[in-house]
Each structure stands twice: as structure tokens, then as C-alpha cells.
Design a protein around this ligand. Structure first.
Ligand SMILES: *[C@@H]1O[C@H](CO)[C@@H](O)[C@H](O)[C@H]1NC(C)=O
Ligand SMILES: CC(=O)N[C@H]1CO[C@H](CO)[C@@H](O)[C@@H]1O
Length: 312
């Protein structure tokens, strides 16, 4: 009740506060954020919040437009540049900012637009992969799956397409296709990326999964972590990390790397937790997820996989 009242009061006071700050600093809110906040997540989140709260019809229309471009996955190449120019132009006009006097604002604001709607576009790309079911009749899907085996087990020949050998890399039965049900092609692509781009850490994690006491099903756990990464991306929690580590348009690569970090760190967390058996999975997974979410709540968060392990 009190909270609702407070929110209502703040809602009415906001224009007054903005007007007051504009008069005293001679800068609009977007400018104050762009000049005052550190580059990366603090600034981009500030700009995002300010834009979403704007009551200007032109800004609202701009947001609808940017949403439709990124949802249609057309925020790329020359189109992206045009869309960003149009956004800058709109904001300069609405906020009556003189670009000659404030050349730095346009540059900084452009970066924010690129990140905010790039992130939105990335969630669409990830969603498209997640909703693509693994199809055993699709040659491309099949060759990716066989590639995963080759990457993880370079010295062992797969005897046939359907075989108990798949369990060595942590699939449940003798045909991996059923394990991809929850996360579709996204689960497979994440695993392949990890094995391909971080062969050292991936084989390190795979060997842990064979531990006599703390072993677990590598691929099944990997696919479960795809779902963790996916939900963190989708609910916006991963923004701090993504805004901080992307130089420009957030891409699929950033999502894959975020996933690799989660998998690598989860493995470490699992071993350190000394689980009694795999029944501890839900509990340990939850603790791990909470820890990651706490880190992501910090605007300075930027996860990087600990490459040092590659030499071990
Ligand atoms: C991942 O594991 C958790 C905990 O066991 C479970 O609740 C969830 O359904 C799993 N998700 C997927 C996609 O496998
Ligand atoms: C790329 C980038 O902007 N990284 C930033 C992530 O957050 C820290 C702390 O705020 C900054 O120092 C980095 O520059």
C-alpha cells in the first residue's frame, strides 16, 4: 500500500525533478546519464531506464520502432547505422540538444542504443534456436552432433550413430536427440561452442564429470545450464554482464561465452560442494544460480572464463 503510494507520488514528481535538474544543470536527464555514468552497464542501464520512462510521444514512438526492428532481427549492417542515426536525430530534436555544443553526447548515446536494442535482438536469436527442435533427419543438425563427439572425444571412434557410447559424454540414453527436447538446437550449439572455443576448460570439465565420487552427466548438465543462461538473458538479469563485455552490438558469441563461463564455474562449484550424489543437483544448482544472480546485480559485473586452466 505504502509502496504503491510512494510510486504514485514519485511518478508525479518525476517531471518536476527533471525540470528542476534541467534548469540547474542545463542538461537533460539523458545527457546527465551519458556524462555522469561510467561507460558500459552503468551508463547503458541509465539511458535505458530514462528512455523507457519518457512521456514524450516522439520518444515512445521511437521505442516502438526500435523494438520492431530488433524483434524482426533487422538491427544489423547499414540498417543498424541508419536506425541509430535516426534515434540520435529524434532525441536531439525532442530534447533540444545542440550537437555542435554537445558532440560527445551523440557518440555516447549511439553506443547505448546499439547495446540496448542489440540485447533485445540477441534474445530473439537465442529464442529462435531454442525453439528449433533437434531433428535427426536434418543433415546439418546431425553433423553438428557428430562434431561434438569429435571435439570432446578426439581419440575415440563412435561405433554407430545410436550407441551407448554417448553416455561417456553425459547423454542419458543411446541417442542424444531426446536430451535436446527442452532447449532445442540452442543446447547443442552451446555445447559445441564450449568444446570448440575452450578445448582445455571443456576437457577439464568433462574429466571432472567422470569423477568416481562427484561425477555427473556432462551433456545433460550442460543442457540444463543452457536453460539457466537462457532465462538470465530473457529476464534481463544478464544485461549488466552483456553491456559490460560487448564492445559493440551484442552477438550470439557473447551468449555462448556467457554459457561457457557458467558451465566452467558450475563444475568448480559442484566439485567444491562435495555432493553426496546426483540427487544434490537441484539444491546445488539453485545455490549456484543465486550466486550468479547476486554477481549480475552489480553493474560492474563482467564474467571472464579463467583461461589459466588451459595449461594444466
Ligand atoms: C534443470 O534442472 C532443474 C533442477 O533439477 C530442473 O528443475 C529443470 O527443469 C532443469 N531444466 C532443464 C531444461 O533441464
Ligand atoms: C566494456 C566496458 O564498458 N566495461 C566496463 C564494465 O564495468 C566496469 C566497472 O564499471 C568498467 O570499468 C568497465 O570499463
Amino acid at each position: 500500500m505504502f509502496r504503491a503510494l510512494l510510486t504514485a507520488v514519485l511518478w508525479y514528481l518525476r517531471p518536476l525533478m527533471k525540470w528542476f535538474l534541467r534548469k540547474t544543470t542545463r542538461l537533460c536527464e539523458l545527457q546527465r546519464v551519458c556524462y555522469g555514468e561510467k561507460p558500459g552497464a552503468p551508463r547503458i542501464l541509465g539511458v535505458e531506464k530514462s528512455l523507457l520512462q519518457s512521456r514524450s510521444g516522439d520518444i515512445k514512438n521511437l521505442i516502438v520502432f526500435l523494438d520492431s526492428i530488433s524483434d524482426g532481427r533487422k538491427f544489423t549492417g547499414a540498417n543498424k547505422d541508419n536506425v541509430i542515426q535516426y534515434s540520435i536525430y529524434t532525441v536531439l530534436r525532442v530534447k533540444r540538444i545542440n550537437p555542435q555544443i554537445h558532440p560527445q553526447f551523440s557518440k555516447s548515446f549511439a553506443k547505448c542504443i546499439e547495446h540496448i536494442w542489440g540485447y533485445r535482438q540477441l534474445t530473439q536469436e537465442v529464442e529462435a534456436l531454442r525453439t528449433t527442435p533437434y531433428d535427426a533427419d536434418n543433415e546439418d543438425h546431425e553433423s553438428r552432433l557428430l562434431n561434438l563427439w569429435k571435439l570432446l572425444m578426439p581419440s575415440v571412434q563412435l561405433e554407430s550413430r545410436v550407441t551407448k557410447q554417448w553416455q561417456e559424454i553425459g547423454f542419458q540414453g543411446d541417442d542424444p536427440k531426446t536430451d535436446f527436447r527442452g532447449m532445442g538446437l540452442l543446447g547443442l550449439e552451446n555445447l559445441v561452442y564450449f568444446a570448440q572455443e575452450y578445448p582445455g576448460p571443456a576437457s577439464h570439465v568433462l574429466s571432472h564429470s567422470h569423477h568416481p565420487q562427484y561425477g555427473y552427466a556432462f551433456a545433460v548438465v550442460g543442457i540444463n545450464l543452457t536453460s539457466m543462461a537462457y532465462h538470465m538473458l530473457k529476464d534481463g538479469s544478464a544485461k549488466t554482464h552483456v553491456y559490460n563485455v560487448s564492445r559493440d552490438l551484442p552477438s550470439m558469441k557473447v551468449f555462448h561465452q556467457f554459457y561457457c563461463y557458467l558451465f566452467y564455474e558450475f563444475d568448480r562449484f559442484w566439485i567444491e560442494a562435495k555432493p553426496r550424489n546426483v540427487m544434490d543437483f537441484s539444491y546445488i544448482r539453485e545455490k549456484f544460480e543465486n550466486r550468479i544472480r547476486v554477481s549480475l546485480a552489480n553493474p560492474a559485473s563482467a564474467f571472464r572464463i579463467n583461461i589459466a586452466i588451459d595449461n594444466i
